[in-house]
Design a protein around this ligand. Structure first.
Ligand code: MG
Length: 344
């Protein structure tokens, strides 16, 4: 058990995140962000990021971003208490490339290491930044779509996608339209959606607490070229309609979870969580229930190193470290597998 002295002790943690196309390395000193640089692998329009190329990107930028993180934080290796890294979930190659750097640094600097669940990183960083105490969490990104609520030392999954993530659906539609991937395909879909005027009805697929996006994506992928060619709908109309549809699905399952759990707070995390329209729709739902919305901007919504450092720091403060032999990666790692013993 941790005592008061241990819990209030200043801990400096460095976190390595590389589960998708962002390489992020961040330094936390307890609840304070000392640095959080990130470098994103951006592919040409019409192309997604592939594991091998993304892994190469992370290898290429690892030392540059690490130096930046240490310089901005104004710390030396000797100041660091613990090295944290993303164990999963995510893409194999990019995860491994980043873990190798974290493991190497831990051994060179003779520091303990903590393997972190990426989703827990998002949740804890979201709670820290917004001050939400016990929110229902919507975690939405290119690789994940889950509605989560805390109960008895686990982040329990109440609803999720049964196929692709909502961010993957948006990213892949951006490829159909050949939108730029800079800064992200989702950002450019959002800008187009603002100019959309005509709503086209799309498949709305909510199954109990779960959602599905792959059929909806196939449908719009197939119809879009003809609709655009015949001037029935503009690309802007389609981005608008797609956003309205998928976000309504997400708000529906989030509301059902809030009702079930009696939540008065809702927190959106993950890259899609920066979307202002999603935040607006969630805010409307929350207000109608007398609840409050919490959201963050792109610095903390999008994958970053500080969130991994912070989740690792919370684990470290409970006395946990990961034995070196267990510092591998796993592409599948569910949010509810982690014992959350830093919360009551
Ligand atoms: Mg993420």
């Amino acid at each position: 058990m941790m005592n008061v002295t241990e819990s209030s002790k200043m801990v400096i943690a460095i976190g390595f995140e590389g589960s998708a196309n962002k390489l992020g390395i961040g330094v936390m000193k307890n609840g304070k962000v000392l640095s959080n640089p990130r470098h994103t692998y951006v592919t040409p329009p019409g192309q997604g990021f592939l594991p091998r190329d993304t892994a190469k990107h992370h290898q290429e930028y690892a030392l540059k971003v690490l130096n930046q993180a240490m310089e901005e934080a104004q710390i030396q290796p000797s100041d660091v208490d613990v090295i944290c890294y993303t164990k999963g979930p995510g893409m194999g190659g990019p995860l491994v490339s980043t873990a190798v750097v974290a493991r190497t640094v831990a051994q060179l600097w003779k520091k303990p290491i903590v393997a972190v669940n990426h989703c827990i990183g998002h949740i804890e960083m979201g709670r820290l930044i917004t001050g939400a105490m016990n929110p229902t969490v919507l975690y939405v990104s290119g690789g994940n779509t889950q509605v989560i609520s805390y109960s008895k030392q686990r982040y329990r999954i109440f609803g999720e996608t049964i196929d692709i993530a909502v961010g993957n659906c948006l990213d892949r539609f951006a490829r159909v339209l050949k939108l730029s991937n800079d800064p992200s395909p989702g950002y450019n879909i959002e800008q187009y959606a603002k100019k959309g005027k005509k709503f086209v009805e799309l498949p709305y697929v909510v199954k109990g607490m779960d959602v599905s996006f792959s059929g909806l994506l196939s449908y719009i992928e197939e119809k879009a070229p003809t609709w655009i060619k015949n001037k029935e709908y503009t690309p802007e109309d389609l981005c608008f309609s797609l956003q309205e549809t998928v976000f309504a699905m997400l708000v529906e399952i989030t509301e059902r979870t809030m009702s079930l759990c009696g939540s008065s707070e809702v927190l959106i995390v993950g890259g899609v969580g920066c979307n202002i329209r999603l935040q607006q729709m969630m805010d409307t739902m929350a207000k109608e229930r007398g609840a409050k919305l919490f959201a963050t901007d792109e610095r903390f919504c999008i994958d970053n190193g500080a969130m991994i450092a912070y989740a690792g720091l919370l684990m470290y403060k409970t006395g946990y470290t990961t034995p070196l032999k267990d510092t591998g990666c796993t592409q599948r790692f569910r949010t509810d597998e982690v014992l959350v013993n830093w919360r009551d």
